[in-house]
Design a protein around this ligand. Structure first.
Ligand SMILES: Nc1ncnc2c1ncn2[C@@H]1O[C@H](COP(=O)(O)OP(=O)(O)O)[C@@H](O)[C@H]1O
Ligand SMILES: C[C@@](O)(CCOP(=O)(O)OP(=O)(O)O)CC(=O)O
Length: 481
């Protein structure tokens, strides 16, 4: 049977939280190895779409599609149980697709119905409950023993998310899978225009479903993988977001076209060789919209002070990003020298890397770059704490500061911080060599002040991609084939 499978990565915003809401500033977003999968196969019911989310206790949604004047309408049999992200994507993607392919081809596939699975890697959802129920400790060994895409034993509403951006990864993989299934794109992995089309549609659907136009870095990561991000002007989507119940399809089709005047900027990025990112979720969670509200209100009320702070953070972050890029160049220039320098630094605490600069030895530029990343990122953290204090949004609250400082003490750690909006959601830690990973995980496992749960994910710089079901471990077992 023909199956369409598309996956999209989760995201970690390393630098640029709050700043990237403004087009003046850039952020560094990293794609994760944890991916969200959409699988589509023909249905066996007339114009019925069945969505399966087999990881949850409330696993199915059913819709009937009708097309009226080129607009797709969805009716559901259970009015009280909706999934806004899925409905928004289905309704608008299908309307856009019907406008771009022959009506005969479109009608044939719609009439057959669609059977759709949406499935996220385990890291998107907290696995604490499963581990607790099986009396397993909260560590990476236990997580590796879980079945891939395991059941979370709760409903979608109640599940504890880990902050990797499940809605953006799901939206993007579902949009891309629909476009592939209807053959509205034919080389989506490699064709930049087709990828841009998927970006524009996903960005629109995600904004519409979440009821606001955010910076869009999460959808951008799901589309392009790791990159330095400058947001699009919110005015681009305004004409189709404002009139939510009465979207003009002609205007929408113009806006999502890959040649439309989108002004977002993407500069692709990968962590330098020998670098590794690890993540942990913290057992409390934060409300991003309310933190954003507080920070933006403070910035509005204190524009001068805020601008100084914003520009300081931006210049420190720019040094971090440029140095990371330069490290990759250093590797290309002389791999042996690079590996040797990394090996030396991986055994020493970051604050001591400056001592290596005084010694007569090769690899000085690499020591310099590493030390500069270490110190500049410490400055970013200080500014985020200032932002916390002044805006009263707990971006890097003292509890997180203590944990991050303990991580930063570990030899080989280059930067440890709160991703995205910060708060009590998660932490990231980037280091060099292999040894820091076990040592940081030990810090987490023995941390008493709060419960810190590691994730298995690491950096993967690739955006969404068409997949072969057989190549994704454990995915086939989730489907009723
Ligand atoms: N496995 C899934 N199946 C169906 N819908 C999902 C799934 N994972 C996430 N979603 C959708 O994404 C929404 C969560 O979005 P949000 O609260 O913004 O979290 P996040 O920060 O992870 O994006 C859910 O309400 C649901 O609509
Ligand atoms: C504050 C922000 O700049 C970054 C928020 O990043 P998070 O990664 O914390 O996002 P959520 O997954 O939605 O919680 C807001 C934005 O850019 O939209």
């Amino acid at each position: 049977m023909s199956l369409t499978v598309v996956s999209a990565p989760g995201k970690v915003l390393l630098t640029g939280g709050y700043l990237i809401l403004d087009r003046e500033y850039k952020g560094l977003v990293i794609g994760t190895s944890s991916r969200f999968y959409t699988i589509i196969q023909p249905g066996d019911n007339l114009s019925k779409i069945i969505i399966h989310a087999p990881q949850f206790n409330d696993p199915n949604w059913e819709y009937k599609i009708t097309i009226k004047d080129g607009l797709c309408e969805l009716s559901t049999f259970e009015k009280d149980r909706c999934n806004t992200f899925i409905e928004t994507v289905l309704k608008h993607s299908l309307s856009i697709i019907s406008n771009r392919i022959s009506s005969q081809k479109f009608d044939e596939l719609v009439l057959e119905g669609l059977n759709i699975y949406v499935i996220g890697s385990n890291d998107f959802y907290s696995q604490r409950e499963q581990l607790k129920n099986s009396n397993l400790p909260l560590n990476t060994t236990s997580l590796r023993n879980l079945t891939p895409f395991c059941k979370v034993h709760t409903t979608l509403k109640q599940v504890h998310k880990t902050g990797l951006g499940s809605s953006a990864a799901m939206t993007t993989s579902l949009v891309a899978a629909l476009f592939v299934y209807f053959k509205c794109v034919d080389n989506v992995n490699d064709d930049i225009k087709e990828r841009t089309l998927i970006h524009n549609v996903s960005q629109f659907c995600h904004c519409l479903a979440q009821g606001k136009v955010g910076s869009g870095f999460d959808v951008s990561a799901a589309v392009w993988g790791s990159h330095v991000y400058k947001r699009f002007s919110p005015t681009i989507l305004e004409p189709v977001i404002k009139s939510e119940n009465n979207i003009d399809l002609t205007v929408l089709n113009k806006i999502i076209d890959p040649d439309y005047k989108w002004d977002n900027q993407i500069k692709s990025f990968t962590l330098p060789p020998e670098f590794k990112m690890i993540l942990a979720e913290v057992d409390s969670g934060s409300n991003t919209p309310s933190m954003v509200g507080k920070v933006l209100a403070w910035r509005k009320a204190n524009p001068e002070q805020a601008n100084i702070l914003w520009n300081t953070i931006a210049s420190n972050c720019a040094i971090v990003i440029n140095n990371l890029i330069e490290l990759t160049n250093e590797y290309e220039k002389d791999k042996t020298e690079y590996i040797e320098a990394i090996r030396t630094c991986s055994c020493v605490n970051g604050s001591m890397w400056s001592n290596l600069l005084d010694q007569e030895r090769s690899g000085k530029r690499i020591f310099e770059l590493l030390y500069s990343i270490f110190t500049e990122y410490q400055k970013v953290r200080q500014s985020l704490r200032d932002m916390s204090n002044m805006s009263d949004a707990p971006i890097e609250p003292p509890m997180q500061t203590r944990l991050l400082d303990a991580c930063t003490e570990v030899p080989g750690v280059v930067m440890a911080g709160v991703p995205g909006a910060g708060g009590y959601d998660a932490i990231f830690c980037i280091g060099i060599g292999d040894k820091f990973v076990t040592q940081v995980e030990n810090v987490w496992e023995n941390w008493n002040e709060m419960s810190v749960g590691p994730l298995l994910t690491n950096e993967s710089s690739e955006g969404f991609r068409k997949e072969n079901l057989e190549n994704v471990l454990g995915l086939k077992n989730c489907l009723e084939l």
